[in-house]
Design a protein around this ligand. Structure first.
Ligand code: HMG
Length: 466
């Protein structure tokens, strides 16, 4: 049974920090942020917002846009790494908010959980819900998967310029209009790692930046190898292995985007591995102007690679030159660039980053006048800790109905630029929640946390503002 994403909707908070202001305040060259990292604006939440109300706002948009009623929905999953509670799932907060609009008990028949595995959990949620529909356990109903997060790092840390906030809701059903998932090729990889983690009670993560960058590349590549094997044995994708690469047969690459430049580097890493045994490599090496460096330790583990400083230096030099070659540039411009547009004006959205990238690709390729029907999309999802999932899908004939009205600027809406002083006050929760910066309109907001008695501690109250 064809199952996949029928439609999606996004909610981005109305405040942002400009990278130029940020660079000035932290004494960084603004060019490093714009071109080295690829960030121009970072979305941040107001005093009256949290990941649950962003998730609800994205979900309400999706339901209104598709004239859906709660009776059409059998499952609602929220994937996040910005959990509000150790036991109460975020989707229960979301159901509570949506029932303010659709009526008490309107979602009672449905089910769902909150999923966690850093940034990759949304992909697991999609996979599980697609299989729930394929198994015909859904009784004719659709599933909604929401990805919602606030990416927040220590002030003054290198992670601080890779922050962001937002949510995206996806409608998963049979015979989808937008994207049908390819079957029997989804591949995962998992390992106990400490590249990025946030112990209980800590608001910001502990990050090993360079280690996390390399681990992301290695893990996604390993999941891709397994995907490649499955694509070959199932016959989903056919290619001449002596002269072609499977990457030639995938029309778009959508990957997890902690920051824009990471997408560019992930594509370079993948293409180098997939192309180096092909005849085209000799021409590429000529254009690069140097041989591809080889690590001293043939095991090629992440630890041995990072310890090999000489290799790392040469490899970075090679990677930068490779990214300038006409072969890389051609693939990058045709198969990835459009998916990176949204990232540079929103920032890292953790679970939502890759899916906002998918939405960005759809809009900007459509605007170029490119026919997307039957195009195969390869997804590379990564979550620290760590797990990667690689899967693919094909754009369906109904996509134009959805994509023609997409407008990133309009969907994000008018935003307010906050000063660095306001940003720091918001970060440190120094502004009273009653004094929000932007006036809410047609959205859910957080009005109160906890009552006056201990039995109400942590209780969150939300309201829909008309
Ligand atoms: P950094 O110290 O800024 O790194 O940390 P850098 O010094 O290597 O600089 C970055 C780039 O800016 C380099 O470009 C520099 O050359 C360039 P590259 O060589 O790589 O092409 N640069 C300049 N460019 C122009 N003008 C200049 C200039 N100066 C330097 N003047 C890092 C960057 C990402 C490590 C840091 O921001 C960080 O720790 N971020 C948080 C962790 C992270 O995002 N990791 C990504 C992989 S793990 C992941 O994606 C999972 C995650 O989303 C969490 C989850 O799964 O839940 C994080």
């Amino acid at each position: 049974m064809p199952v996949g994403i029928d439609d999606l909707a996004m909610y981005i908070p109305k405040l942002y920090v400009d990278s130029k202001d940020f660079a000035k305040a932290r004494g960084i060259d603004p060019q490093k942020l714009e071109s080295g990292i690829g960030v121009r604006k970072m979305a941040i939440v107001d005093t009256n917002q949290d990941p649950a109300c962003m998730a609800s706002n994205a979900c309400l948009k999706l339901m209104e846009k598709n004239n859906l009623h709660p009776k059409d929905i059998g499952r609602m999953y929220v994937a996040t790494e910005s959990a509000l509670d150790e036991s109460k799932a975020m989707n229960s907060f979301v159901i509570g908010m949506l029932e303010q609009v659709y009526g008490d008990g309107s979602f009672e028949h449905a089910g769902g959980i909150e999923c966690k595995f850093a940034c990759v959990s949304g992909s697991y949620a999609l996979y599980d819900n697609a299989n729930w529909i394929r198994a015909e356990e859904n009784n004719g109903k659709a599933a909604i998967v929401i990805v919602s997060d606030i990416a927040k790092y220590d002030i003054g840390s290198a992670g601080e310029y890779t922050q962001g906030a937002g949510a995206l809701a996806m409608l998963i059903k049979d015979n989808p209009r937008l994207l049908e998932f390819d079957q029997k090729v989804t591949s995962t990889i998992i390992k106990n790692e400490y590249d990025f983690y946030r112990p209980f009670g800590k608001e910001t993560p502990l990050v090993n930046g360079n280690y996390s960058n390399l681990l992301y590349l290695i893990q996604v590549k390993k999941a891709f190898d397994s995907y490649k094997e499955k694509a070959k044995t199932t016959g989903l994708i056919k290619w001449d292995e002596n002269n072609e690469s499977i990457t030639d047969k995938i029309d778009y690459f959508i990957v997890h985007l902690p920051y824009r430049k990471m997408g560019e580097k992930a594509l370079a890493y993948l293409l180098r591995h997939e192309w180096r045994h092909l005849p085209r490599w000799q021409y590429i090496i000529k254009e690069v102007g140097m041989d591809e460096p080889i690590p001293k330790d043939p095991r090629g583990t992440i630890e041995s690679i990072l310890l090999d400083k000489e290799f790392m230096k040469l490899d970075e030099q090679f990677r930068r030159a490779f990214m300038k070659t006409s072969s890389y540039q051609d693939v990058f411009n045709r198969k990835m660039a459009s998916s990176l547009e949204a990232s540079s004006i929103i920032g890292n959205l953790y679970t939502a980053s890759m899916y906002v990238g998918f939405r960005s690709m759809l809009e900007f390729e459509y605007k170029k006048g490119i026919e997307l029907e039957n195009k195969r999309i390869g997804f590379g999802s990564y979550g620290s800790g760590s797990s990667a999932m690689v899967f693919s899908g094909v754009i369906k004939s109904g996509y134009k109905e959805i994509v023609k009205s997409m407008n990133l600027e309009e969907e994000i809406g008018n935003r307010t630029k906050v000063s660095m002083e306001q940003y720091e006050q918001l970060r440190e929760s120094e502004i009273n929640p009653d004094y929000y910066i932007t006036k809410p309109r047609r959205e859910f907001i957080l009005v109160k946390i906890g009552g006056n008695t201990s039995d109400k501690a942590g209780l969150r109250e939300y309201e829909y503002i008309h």
